[in-house]
Design a protein around this ligand. Structure first.
Ligand SMILES: COc1cc(O)cc(C/C=C(\C)CC/C=C(\C)CC/C=C(\C)CC/C=C(\C)CC/C=C(\C)CC/C=C(\C)CC/C=C(\C)CC/C=C(\C)CC/C=C(\C)CCC=C(C)C)c1O
Ligand SMILES: C[S@@+](CC[C@H](N)C(=O)[O-])C[C@H]1O[C@@H](n2cnc3c(N)ncnc32)[C@H](O)[C@@H]1O
Length: 305
């Protein structure tokens, strides 16, 4: 099931191919946390991390953040403020946290609208009113969300959760790589990626793919760890990250290494301004960001215009 990133032919080939063999064969290097690995290796390592943590993913997030990750995700939805009929693609959507929030949001929005309409209409029969309330298919006002993740285990957990919570209409799951999305051009109104892009081998390719699959006028929204802007919080956060989080990982998930990767990968991710430039380089316009909790995380937004 593990899809490794593209095997690019990116080895140096000097003039007349006169480089020594050892140099020619060295693949392009990247980071896996603080470790330097080849680009070809990284996808497999990231896959193993999320395969290993999938079952404990939700409880770990609540424990590590004392539930604060829920507020961050709610704020992402508030910022998105989806309009009726929004087609959302949630990449690296794993266990469905963004998708379920989206469905709740559009359902509540649609119900409010329907209530307003019913109240305004005169001479409706009881049958007509009841029908409006019972139409499950239409309860989202045409909005839909597609969750795309590279990891089978994370998707499995998401699907189980959806089943247990009764989410069905307007929700689809697909196994796919953010760097090579299995969708046609110009398909979605909104693209979200929450705590996902940090794990991708070629962030620039993932951003280009986001741009490709969005409709003109579509919006890119990314929730990701960023750079803390308060020196005191930064100190405490560093201690907490390196001294507490791997311990929680070991105690709760039996997996120190994956949580060490988490905190290291956070430090490797570009700060707010640099990431903003990368989003602009992918072709997005009106790129802005908002820091949450002193910049522990940030929401970046951009438009395909
Ligand atoms: C493998 O990859 C992953 C796996 C996953 O499961 C998830 C993800 C993706 C990640 C998420 C969706 C969210 C994950 C959340 C975090 C990484 C945590 C983010 C952190 C916070 C919201 C809290 C921020 C913390 C601070 C500003 C520092 C404050 C810290 C302290 C007061 C404690 C300082 C620690 C020490 C001095 C060490 C000694 C302490 C102890 C042994 C006690 C342990 C304490 C606790 C368990 C309580 C923790 C306290 C807080 C959470 C503080 C909350 C307060 C504020 C926000 C100000 C993924 O990629
Ligand atoms: C920390 S989880 C985030 C899950 C969810 N979005 C949330 O906010 O809780 C990171 C997810 O990114 C996925 N992922 C990593 N690399 C990916 C890639 N190249 N394409 C798609 N998903 C990827 C992992 O499988 C994992 O489910």
């Amino acid at each position: 099931g593990c899809r490794l990133p593209w095997l690019r032919s990116c080895w140096p080939s000097g003039p007349l191919g006169a480089r020594p063999l050892s140099q020619e064969k060295r693949a392009t290097e990247t980071h896996f946390g603080f470790e330097t690995v080849s680009e070809e290796e990284k996808g497999g390592k990231v896959y193993q991390v999320f395969e290993s943590v999938a079952r404990k993913y939700d409880v770990m997030n609540d424990m590590m953040s004392l539930g604060i990750h829920r507020v961050w995700k709610d704020l992402l939805l508030l910022k998105m403020h989806p309009f009726p009929g929004t087609q959302l693609l949630d990449v690296a959507g794993g266990t469905g946290d963004i998708a379920f929030r989206f469905l709740n949001y559009v359902q509540a929005q649609h119900q409010r609208k329907q209530k307003r309409q019913l109240r305004a209409q005169q001479n409706l029969s009881w049958e007509e009113i009841a029908k409006k309330y019972q139409n499950q298919e239409d309860s989202l006002g045409g909005s839909r969300v597609m969750v795309c993740d590279i990891n089978k285990e994370m998707l499995k957990m998401g699907k189980q959760k959806a089943c247990a919570r009764g989410y069905k209409a307007g929700l689809a799951w697909v196994l796919g790589d953010a760097e090579e999305l299995p969708f046609d051009d110009d398909k979605f109104d909104v693209y979200t990626i929450a705590f996902g892009i940090r794990n991708v081998t070629h962030i620039d390719r993932a951003l280009q793919e986001a741009h490709r699959v969005l409709k003109p006028g579509g919006r890119f929204l990314c929730l990701e760890f960023s750079q803390v802007n308060n020196p005191l919080v930064s100190r405490l956060y560093d201690v907490y990250s390196f001294q507490v989080i791997p311990v929680l990982g070991e105690v709760i998930a039996g997996d120190w290494k994956s949580y060490q990767y988490l905190v290291e990968s956070i430090r490797q991710f570009p700060p707010q301004e640099e990431f903003k430039e990368m989003i602009e380089d992918a072709g997005f316009q009106k790129v802005t960001y908002e820091n949450l909790t002193s910049g522990i995380v940030a929401i970046h937004s951009g438009f395909k215009l």
